[in-house]
Design a protein around this ligand. Structure first.
Ligand code: ADP
Ligand code: MG
Length: 384
């Protein structure tokens, strides 16, 4: 069989459907690192047609197309980004529509997950030369609010916090741990700094400084791994004139979440999950995976209360919110297991349904339980 077509730089991403009641799930492959190349790393991931992800473990055959039919080796997402994708491409495809929804007065959230070193922080924060989704989203918000505001008065308020070991800390003004409280708007961290921002450059500096304050732990020699989840929340408020020339106040909230490394926490095997729980490794990520499982299986009870992270994300995963997930993966065959795990969870997340409406309304998540079965039936019919 011929190898799958190579990606062409000028190809357009397929237009992703309007944000609906579904979580949009994207995958981004990062380039092979210098150290990985030196260590003889081979690429085990191929992205085709900007949607399909093929994995090989080189055990039997290195032909990606023949692995097409193997379960757990072929995945398809709303869009998949090859290693040549730019920050701007990733932002426009995954988040720009969400920014539009936030400007209309809705809530939205984007989160990145994947193993340590897979490219989450690069995607979210990026570098000064190549700013990531957080910065590009704020830039877009600034410029659109300035165009649309009817009175020139507007506010963009930022808060940046981390959840580490079930402790919530302010990343803008680090200090004592913050207490989570439930109020009418949902879960809030008491005393969290709300920073009023005026320009994108200032935001980049603020976030870089905030990231310096993130808790890191050494995992392997010469390597630091972030075991903390970073959550940036941006509240925008401005006024427009409607068709009848009445002044209408618009308030929306965008949450951007850089999750901790998923390598040890997102185990697929129940027994492994329990033993990890025993070892008390990242309770928040385990709780997140339990919530995703419960949502996908249509369970009445979704255990949001089990961790600080899921409490903070309650209105993003289960409520009235437009949610985007970006799963980051490494191309290296050294990370095959982690990549497969990440893709498995991303694949599952596609089944979550959320109801989109006003942020204030109390919403029960709706899960399409029949989808999996229907898919399986179709597959079996095809096979027959
Ligand atoms: P994570 O936050 O998931 O642990 P990082 O974002 O820190 O991973 O990425 C690990 C390394 O790979 C960093 O040196 C980062 O600059 C680099 N990297 C990640 N994604 C990309 C990309 N798309 N293009 C170029 N370099 C990248
Ligand atoms: Mg990181």
């Amino acid at each position: 069989a011929p190898p799958p077509p190579e990606m062409k730089g000028n190809q357009e991403y397929e237009k992703v459907g309007k944000l609906g009641n579904r979580i949009l799930v994207f995958v981004r492959l990062r380039p092979m690192g210098k150290k990985e190349k030196e260590a003889g790393s081979r690429c085990c991931v191929k992205i085709v047609n900007r949607r399909d992800v093929y994995l090989t473990d080189f055990a039997n055959d290195s032909d990606y197309l023949r692995l097409n039919r193997l379960r757990g080796r072929h995945f398809t997402f709303d869009a998949s980004f090859p290693d040549v994708a730019t920050q701007q491409e990733v932002y426009s495809t995954t988040t720009s529509e969400l920014v539009e929804a936030v400007l209309q007065g809705r809530n939205g959230s984007v989160f990145c997950y994947g193993a340590t070193g897979a490219g989450k922080t690069y995607t979210m924060l990026g570098t000064t030369d190549n700013p990531g989704v957080m910065v590009l989203a704020i830039k877009d918000l600034f410029s659109k609010i300035r165009q649309r505001s009817c009175d020139g008065n507007h506010g963009v308020h930022l808060s940046y916090l981390e959840v580490y070991n079930e402790t919530v800390r302010d990343l803008i003004s680090p200090g004592r741990p913050l207490v989570l409280r439930e109020d009418k708007q949902g879960i809030v961290a008491a005393g969290l700094t709300q920073y009023r921002a005026y320009s994108t450059d200032e935001v980049m500096a603020l976030l870089q400084q905030g990231n310096q304050n993130r808790t890191t732990e050494p995992t392997r020699a010469n390597e630091t791994s972030s075991r903390s989840h970073a959550i940036l929340q941006v509240v925008v408020e401005y006024r427009i004139r409607d068709a009848a020339m009445n002044v209408v106040n618009k308030v929306g909230k965008l949450s951007l979440i850089d999750l901790a490394g998923s390598e040890r926490a997102l185990a697929t095997d129940q027994r492994t999950v329990r033993s990890l729980e025993g070892a008390n490794i990242n309770r928040s990520l385990l709780a997140l995976s339990s919530c995703i499982n419960a949502l996908v299986e249509g369970k009445k009870h979704v255990p949001f209360r089990n961790s600080k992270l899921t409490q903070l994300l309650k209105d993003s995963l289960g409520g009235a919110c437009n949610t985007v997930m970006i799963a980051n993966i490494s191309p290296s065959h050294f990370s095959f297991g982690e990549t497969q795990n990440t893709l498995h969870w991303a694949d599952r997340a596609k089944e979550i349904r959320t109801k989109t409406c006003d942020a204030t309304e109390d919403v029960v998540p709706v899960v399409e339980t029949e989808t999996d079965q229907a898919k399986l039936v179709l597959e079996l019919q095809k096979e027959n």
